[in-house]
Design a binder for this molecule. Sequence first.
Ligand SMILES: Nc1nc2c(c(=O)[nH]1)N[C@H]1C(S)=C(S)[C@@H](COP(=O)(O)OP(=O)(O)OC[C@H]3O[C@@H](n4cnc5c(=O)[nH]c(N)nc54)[C@H](O)[C@@H]3O)O[C@H]1N2
Ligand SMILES: Nc1nc2c(c(=O)[nH]1)N[C@H]1C(S)=C(S)[C@@H](COP(=O)(O)OP(=O)(O)OC[C@H]3O[C@@H](n4cnc5c(=O)[nH]c(N)nc54)[C@H](O)[C@@H]3O)O[C@H]1N2
Ligand code: SF4
Ligand SMILES: [Mo]
Length: 764
Amino acid sequence: MADRIALRTCPLCEAGCGLEITVRESAREAGTRDSVEHTVVRIRGDMNDVFSKGYLCPKGSTLKQLHEDPDRLRQPMVKRNGTHVAVTWDEAWAEVDRGLGAVIATHGRESIGTYLGNPGAHNLSAMTFNRVLLTAIGSRQRFSASSVDQVPKQVSAGFMFGTAVSVPVPDLDRTDLLLMLGANPYASNGSLATAPDWPGRLEAIRERGGRIIVVDPRLSRTAESADEWLAIRPGTDALLLAAMVNAVFAAGRASVGDHLVEHVNGLREVEGALGAFTPEAVEAAVGIDAATIRRIALELCDANRAAVYGRIGTCTVSFGTTASWLVDVLNTVTGNLDVVGGAMFPLPVAASPTTRGKPGIGKGFKTGRGKTRVRGFPEALGEYPAALMAEEITTPGTGQIRAMVVVGGNPVLSTPNSGQLDDALASLDFMVSVDIYLNETSRHAHVILPAPSHLYRSHYDLALLNFGLRSVANYSAPVFELPPGVPDEWEILAKLAAIAQGLGADADPATVDEVTIRSLIESTVRDESCVIAGRNPDDIYESLSGPANGSLRGPDRILDLFLRIGPFGDGFGTTPGGVTLAELKRHPHGMDFGALIPRVPEVLRTPSGKIELAPPVLLSDLPRLEASLNQDPNAVLLVGRRHLRSNNSWMHNIRVLVKGKARCTLQIHPDDAARLGVKDGSPVRITSRVGMVVAPAEITEGIRPRVVSLPHGWGHDVPGTRQGIAHEFAGVNSNVLTDHEAIDPLSGNAVLNGIPVTLAAATV
Ligand SMILES: Nc1nc2c(c(=O)[nH]1)N[C@H]1C(S)=C(S)[C@@H](COP(=O)(O)OP(=O)(O)OC[C@H]3O[C@@H](n4cnc5c(=O)[nH]c(N)nc54)[C@H](O)[C@@H]3O)O[C@H]1N2
Ligand SMILES: Nc1nc2c(c(=O)[nH]1)N[C@H]1C(S)=C(S)[C@@H](COP(=O)(O)OP(=O)(O)OC[C@H]3O[C@@H](n4cnc5c(=O)[nH]c(N)nc54)[C@H](O)[C@@H]3O)O[C@H]1N2
Ligand code: SF4
Ligand SMILES: [Mo]
């Protein structure tokens, strides 16, 4: 057979690059399991992709190696006598039914915990059926990678603008000045601001005469390419931002702009609340001099178009929510919120809470609608802090977690005090992992249910396009047809849901799918502000599911509903020519509905219908922020970092990505290395309150003295896993050092940067 080209959005990171995949298919001899043999010949950037235009990073092409990786699980695994053995799907489902059923029968639903990992945010199956699974399980013991990541930004956006995804993004393509804190898009390709080729977009800012300022304790690749690098002391971005806002007010330059005057509450309250945070008051703690703080604050006012953007380094710290809030306060008071070239609200094509409900007003946002069982820590976004998962498993009492359901997550490497969590997972009565590998976390699972290779699944970035720098839609059809008898990931999730509901091991995922679409349609037609309000649900169902629409089922059918009721949708006939899944399929390189447009006040969903610049919850954290001015300037603080060729804790079983220079090194300043007497490459013992690891030193001028950096996601040398290559390039687990007690009180997010450590030369 001739080669064919398949187009697909890369699911590995938030950039969502278009891939052009050359595929060879040849007929197999009769009697083999699949009738067609597939080979991925080559993967390169899709030059015609509407958003990425051919850009891709070194990880994108390795979907081929991932697809072919012999260690990637193809069959379910069940733990027997301490060892995982491959079983049939029927055996695996029977085991899940027995295991989950027994825990529910004995301890009740609250004893089942869930952890949803990061790849789910890039996965149409998970985006449509994880919620179904959580509802079916019916336990409040919900955890996810969100609370080791972006929850602080979602909480601050929720209080200010009304929904947890009302997150302004920097309008990179039209800005003249970008102030970037705690983000390294040259490695990570951008986060909570979705666009392919961040490096190219940043270079374009400078080419058109603009400036980029990077705030980072390390001279990251992004800082290296910027006009200015400010080597901040870890964990102090909230102080820096507070001082910048203070300086803008003090200079009499605070102005939200004519476009926002009518739409902002709390401007004077913010001015008063931040009175103590003068540039002079914060400079010692922050490690950046007052004159520089003041100058940059005023540059943001003077620039024609400027944007402030903060990410991991501003979120995964003790003042994560406060810093995230202050980023948008600074954008607002410098007149840069909701203007072209400033910080703007995305207009997603599908499934955004910012395009649902009555425009301009809403119920607003709350946290604390429940408290953790053990220490009474408040809920955020319907979840509890991942940092507290271990104590919920190990502390006896009613509601103690006795079983875990983990979907696409590796919390043993990704969440704080992993040593403790590792032990906790080992103590469970039952655990099931939906994962593609037998790794540090899934090794604890009694049953591992393997999701099929990405190339067998359809794809649409339902989550990340909520943060798109343009309104883009792109659907990827499966590259290969699933072999008979192998469930798609959504079918795995739907069947798990059915089993959790007590429907037994023979339950049909199709039934769950039907119930799901019916209830989605029902709630949509009941929503008065929806374009299909009051329509007959059966007609909508038929329009989605009938042969004329390709007899859609599963995630594709849900996606079609979301597209059609979205701002560019056909509204099931209301807006002829509007987007549908069928239309999207006719545009395999994607559809681009344009650059960002100003959205205030329509985007707001606060009860007041205004931007809340001074939410009381945020003001209440300021005394704690002020107390943090008195820090020990001599403390040695650990931060993390990312590498372009790595992806959190996985993609480490792909040789082309891990070979070469060791990645898991401790970056350390020459002065600190000299004091310890360590040479480049020699081992350093790093000790925190909760743990100790030894990693080789990488001596570099590109880090602030008294700051050291170790990447996360390594430590693949534990027994009982099946990742041969990752094992060879094991590295050490930095989250052995991060402290489960250190949590941002407003969001429950873990503190993963700015960890106090002591260092010593280690003997080999
Ligand atoms: N110290 C420190 N820790 C951190 C961070 C940090 O900066 N510093 N960053 C944090 C951040 S931002 C994040 S998002 C978290 C990530 O935390 P997690 O989501 O817990 O970890 P990942 O490494 O993304 O693990 C992904 C898992 O999903 C599996 N997988 C991959 N693709 C699929 C799929 O299609 N389906 C299924 N079912 N499984 C799949 C992989 O095999 C792996 O087991 O880590 C956090 N941890
Ligand atoms: N190649 C690759 N790409 C990825 C990922 C990956 O693992 N590898 N992970 C994906 C995920 S899940 C996410 S969430 C995104 C994250 O994307 P980013 O937010 O860009 O994360 P990082 O690349 O880790 O950059 C964080 C930077 O913050 C700095 N930093 C640490 N502490 C502080 C601090 O206190 N203040 C300030 N100002 N800076 C600090 C670090 O030195 C680092 O350079 O990347 C995504 N993309
Ligand atoms: S930047 Fe790399 S990993 Fe991210 S979507 Fe693009 S090709 Fe994939
Ligand atoms: Mo993340």
